[in-house]
Design a protein. Structure first.
Length: 242
C-alpha cells in the first residue's frame, strides 16, 4: 500500500475539509496557516503538521507558498502510532535539509519518484518524532533531574509547569505520572523538600526568619505553620532541641 505525495500551493482563501486518509504536511516555501481542531499555527520551512484521518482542518496560503503533502492510507500499519493524534512539529536541521533536497527533486519528477520521495520523508519524520517520544517517556520519571532543580531553587516559588518542562511533559501529564511514582502531588513533594532543608539549616543554628527566607516561604508565620504541620513542633523549638 503506497503513499501519495505532491508539491502544491495553497490558495489565500481559507478552505476546510476532512478525509479518509492520514496527511503529513511540510512547509517548503513561504507561509501557510492551518487550524486543526481549534489549534491554529503558521507552517513554514522546517515545520509541519500531522492530520489523522477524518480530522477536520482548515488551511490557507499566505502569498506565494508551496508545501509538500503526503497522503497516507489508514491501513499503513507502521504509521499508526505517528498519527494517533493531530499535532504540529518542527524538523531538526538535518531533516530540514532533506526536505529541501527532496522538494527540489519533486519539482521535475514523475509521480512514482514523487511517492518515493514522500516515503523517505515519512520515514525520516517517523524516526524523529518516535525518538522524541522515547526521550519524553524515559525522562518523565527521572527524579534526579527534578530533585536537583528543586534543591537549587528552594529559595523561591517553584511551579509544577517548570518541573514538567524539565522532563518534556505537559503539566497535567506530569502531575499524573509524578503522583503515580511518588504517591504525593508535586506541590506536596516540593514542600517536603523545603521542610527537610529547613531542618538541616535549623540544626546548623540559622535563625528561624533566615531559614524561612532560604527555603522559599513567603513569611515566617507561613513557615512556622507548615513546619509544625510536618514535624509536630515549631521551628523555634526544633532549633533549641537540635
Amino acid at each position: 500500500m503506497q503513499t501519495d505525495t505532491s508539491l502544491i500551493s495553497l490558495p489565500e482563501t481559507a478552505n476546510q475539509h476532512d478525509h479518509r486518509y492520514h496527511q503529513l504536511v511540510f512547509g517548503f516555501e513561504g507561509n501557510t496557516e492551518f487550524d486543526i481542531q481549534g489549534q491554529g499555527r503558521k507552517v513554514s520551512l522546517g515545520q509541519g503538521c500531522l492530520v489523522p484521518s477524518t480530522t477536520g482542518h482548515a488551511f490557507c496560503g499566505v502569498g506565494n507558498n508551496r508545501i509538500v503533502v503526503i497522503n497516507v492510507p489508514e491501513a499503513l500499519a507502521e504509521t499508526q502510532q505517528l498519527f494517533d493524534k493531530a499535532s504540529y512539529f518542527t524538523l531538526d536541521s538535518q531533516r530540514t535539509i532533506l526536505l529541501q533536497a527532496v522538494a527540489q527533486e519533486m519539482q521535475q519528477a514523475h509521480a512514482m519518484l514523487q511517492n518515493v520521495c514522500g516515503q523517505m520523508l515519512l520515514c525520516a519524520t517517523h524516526n524523529l518524532l518516535s525518538n522524541r517520544t522515547h526521550i519524553r517517556a524515559t525522562q518523565a520519571l527521572n527524579l534526579d533531574i527534578i530533585d536537583q532543580h528543586i534543591a537549587l531553587n528552594l529559595h523561591r516559588k517553584i511551579s509544577v509547569e517548570e518541573l514538567a518542562a524539565l522532563v518534556f511533559l505537559s503539566s497535567s501529564h506530569f502531575h499524573h505520572r509524578f503522583k503515580q511514582l511518588t504517591h504525593v502531588t508535586p506541590l506536596h513533594y516540593i514542600t517536603t523538600k523545603r521542610i527537610e532543608r529547613a531542618q538541616a539549616l535549623l540544626k546548623e543554628g540559622m535563625s528561624v526568619a533566615n531559614v524561612a527566607a532560604a527555603t522559599g516561604f513567603p513569611n515566617q508565620s507561613a513557615f512556622t505553620h507548615t513546619f509544625k504541620q510536618h514535624v509536630g513542633i515549631t521551628p523555634a523549638r526544633y532549633r533549641l532541641s537540635a
